[in-house]
Ligand binder design. Structure first.
Ligand code: NAD
Length: 305
């Protein structure tokens, strides 16, 4: 097996003062990367903040013989993020890897959720990832190399009660990956998504501590490493937890075509079983495939070549 190494490479890991981000930062450094350990150092709901969490992880990396710097940027602040990226560039020259991992929770049923709690969660997960990615994107394009990971969640991909804000933000990151994958691939920028499950402070009330012994951040980090090496895949949603690794995928069914006189709500409703039948479903590599499918049908209908 070819070892995955990051010697000479520079990685930014957001939210790396604890949990999954800390584990990602330690492993990237152990495999040779110089690591920017970013963390705002707040509580699970995003309140408060201190550099001490990020500093402790950077110190741990340095004590083990690696290279690291701590940065307390709030990922939602373009000024903070610009300062973090500029500081890293001045010290190490470039950014090869960005792990968008920082996140918070403000769970409530949709009825009880304030718009402020919705916006704050979308701001940290979606706009935080956008802000950090934007700050490294041009540099990666110029260098002709980049590896970027979004951190999604089963809560977004499939839904979880009480997490409308978090689920919406986490699925938005899949959309962001899909587009950046298309825009980045000719510059050798590969964008992937991790959907983790691990025992951290974020899940300690949900996962029993005994199960936590297997559901380690380190088991998820193994998946992360596979997403950011030189031979990384592209546009993959890797689900990882407890040593299990799987891919989450979105498929489109062949569906049905109804003649003009049957293009009514009632006829579509009557055809739903056929429309949702998974037989022959396909994974599309870009949105244009869906447009072309329908356009192709319309063109064939009128005999247009
Ligand atoms: P965690 O709370 O231990 O770590 C998140 C870190 O992000 C914290 O250290 C926090 O200070 C930092 N952070 C929060 N807001 C920030 C901001 N604005 N700027 C900079 N740093 C900020 O939780 P975790 O379980 O390690 O979660 C890591 C990521 O994985 C999150 O995006 C989370 O949504 C996602 N995730 C985790 C699980 C799981 O099972 N633990 C499941 C699905 C998704």
């Amino acid at each position: 097996m070819k070892p995955i190494r990051f010697d000479g490479q520079v990685a930014i890991v957001t939210g790396a003062g604890a949990g999954l981000g800390r584990s990602h930062a330690l492993e990237l450094a152990r495999r040779g990367a110089k690591v920017v350990v970013n963390d705002l150092g707040g509580a699970v709901d995003g309140t408060g903040g201190s550099i001490s969490a990020a500093q402790a992880v950077a110190d741990e990396i340095i004590a083990a013989g690696g290279e690291a710097m701590a940065h307390g940027a709030n990922v939602t602040s373009p000024e903070d993020v610009a300062d973090m990226v500029e500081t890293a560039r001045q010290r190490w020259g470039k950014i090869d890897i960005l792990i968008n991992n920082a996140g918070i929770l403000r769970d409530k049923s949709f009825s009880k959720m304030s718009l402020e709690d919705f916006r704050t969660v979308v701001e940290v997960h979606l706009m935080g990832s956008v802000t950090c990615t934007k700050a490294v994107w041009e540099g990666m394009k110029e260098a002709g190399y980049g590896r970027i990971v979004m951190t999604s969640s089963s809560s977004g991909i499939y839904g979880n009660f009480g997490q409308s804000n978090y689920g919406a933000a986490k699925m938005a990151l899949v959309g962001l990956m899909n587009v950046l994958h298309l825009e980045g691939r000719k510059y050798n920028i590969r964008v992937n998504t991790l959907s983790p499950t691990a025992y951290t402070r974020m899940t300690e009330g949900l996962i029993p501590p005994e199960a936590g012994q297997l559901m380690t951040p380190e088991s998820v980090t193994a998946g992360l490493i596979a997403l950011v090496g030189e031979d990384a895949p592209e546009r993959t949603i890797l689900a990882a937890g407890a040593g299990g690794y799987a891919a989450a995928k979105i498929y489109e069914t062949p569906g049905v075509y109804l003649p003009p006189e049957q293009q009514t709500g009632e006829h579509v409703a009557a055809a739903l079983a056929r429309i949702t039948d998974p037989a022959g479903q396909e994974e599309y590599e870009e949105g244009g495939r869906q447009t072309l499918k329908f356009l192709g049908h319309a063109a064939a209908h009128f005999g247009i070549k």
